[in-house]
Design a protein around this ligand. Structure first.
Ligand code: PLP
Length: 427
């Protein structure tokens, strides 16, 4: 008789056991949105926007911070603030959402994709070193799956080589490295407030920096080029990348809950990782000791098939089985950017700046073996809402993983697989 739920066996978690929902709001948020609606102050530079910007920056111990339209634009503005553009190369990890590299294309710079570390899926320092040329202007790091790259080494390397360091923090609002907030560890950072993110206004973004001149330039870039405080003598070329007061209102509500939610996820992740580490063939993601608070947009772990001992199976089979045991949406991590269905530079004429550039933006020319292994073979990931449950919920996940490993012979290489789904509006 089959034991695994995917084959008709009894699932570890009954269908009636619900996972926490995301996003979350409360009556205070609704009251604030009503007040904003009645205020007739709906657009940019309103009181709630600046209150939020100040408080969100202060939480991360950042000197400066300001809202923008979304996390894709945030990366673009970060580069434009640093005067990165045509002729420049920007080093980007091959494991990330396509926006990180697409933003580089949108400033006419060249995204140079490099591989990640196998145990954190974050950008690898030796791979950055190997990719630096005389044209390199910046490195973009992406903090993913509760992990961070070796920021101390990357800060040192960027300083030595005269490169800008940009942090894509779309996944890690509220993470801290040696007590310093993410977003404050480089020159400019970008956050996303899209619906699935750990702080959300449906859509939205944010930039942080530690330098007044950069802050004022970011302000101009997001506001049609206007100088800070309407100083038209310092106007520059730009467009409209602003956020509304309603978005700021809902962000203020979310911010009041952010710290306790980040801490809850971090506590549950540590509790779950301890149990996962005991299961043969299961390896938790590496948590660097410098991470003083981890923040999870997605939680992940890795499969070692040589220890699990099955042939012809992949992480996609494992994720499908785990989803059936738990009722949660387990899936492989991001597609590597050299084979990503939504990173297709050659579909846009705008990027046909020259024959040479057109050739160099071909993602297929980059080799990303660790990104490929994580996506196609070893990685298992799930959205952060499952980390907002109880210890019993974490026990259920660990039990389900152990059950699948113990009964791996039941999984059929021809059987169902899980692909990257979207957690509701997850991009
Ligand atoms: C790593 C990463 N960077 C950037 C972005 C872009 O953010 P947005 O969707 O707000 O444009 C995302 C969005 O999912 C992301 O995951």
């Amino acid at each position: 008789m089959a034991l695994l739920a995917i084959n008709g066996g009894k699932p570890v978690r009954s269908a009636s056991a619900k996972w926490p929902q995301w996003p979350i709001h409360d009556a205070g948020d609704v009251a604030l949105l009503t007040a904003i609606t009645k205020s007739n102050r709906w657009s940019f530079d309103g009181p709630y926007e600046w209150q939020f910007a100040k408080e969100f920056a202060a939480y991360h111990k950042s000197k400066f911070g300001l809202c923008c339209a979304n996390g894709t634009v945030g990366i673009q503005l970060a580069m434009e603030a640093l005067d990165i553009g045509a002729g420049d190369e920007v080093i980007v990890p091959g494991m990330t959402w396509q926006a990180t590299a697409a933003a580089v294309l949108d400033v006419n710079a060249l995204p140079v994709l490099v591989d990640v570390e196998p145990d954190t899926w974050c950008i690898s320092v030796p791979q950055i070193e190997a990719a630096i040329t005389s044209k390199t202007k910046a490195v973009i790091v992406v903090h993913l799956y509760g992990c961070m790259p070796d920021m101390t080494k990357i800060q040192k390397l960027c300083k030595e080589k005269g490169l800008f360091l940009i942090e894509d923090c779309a996944h890690q609002h509220g993470a801290f490295w040696k007590g310093k907030g993410v977003g404050t560890l480089g020159d400019v950072s970008s956050f996303s407030f899209q619906e699935s993110k750990v702080l959300s206004s449906g859509e939205g973004g944010f930039n942080m920096c530690q330098d007044r001149a950069l802050f004022e330039r970011l302000y101009s870039l997001r506001n049609c080029g206007r100088g800070y405080k309407d100083d038209m003598t310092h106007a520059i070329q730009s467009g409209n990348y602003r956020l509304t007061e309603w978005q700021a209102g809902i962000l203020l509500g979310g911010l009041s809950r952010l710290d306790s939610q980040v801490k809850l996820r971090d506590e549950n992740a540590m509790y779950l990782n301890k149990q996962l580490a005991e299961i043969p063939g299961i390896t938790p993601m590496r948590r660097r000791k410098e991470i003083t608070q981890a923040s999870y947009f997605n939680f992940a772990f890795r499969l070692d098939w040589t220890k699990i001992g099955a042939k012809g199976l992949t992480n996609a089979h494992f994720c499908a089985a785990l989803a059936m045991e738990t009722g949660a949406g387990f899936e492989p991590p991001y597609e590597p950017l050299n084979a990503c269905g939504l990173y297709k530079p050659h579909t846009k004429k705008r990027y046909k700046i020259s024959g040479d550039y057109w050739k160099k933006i071909n993602p297929k020319r980059f080799s990303l073996p660790h990104c490929e292994d994580a996506h196609r073979n070893s990685g298992v990931a799930v959205h952060h809402h499952v980390l907002m449950g109880t210890k019993k919920d974490m026990d259920d996940i660990a039990k389900a993983v152990a059950k699948i490993v113990a009964n791996i012979g039941e999984l059929n290489p021809e059987g169902p697989t899980a692909s990257r789904k979207r957690y509701r509006a997850l991009v």
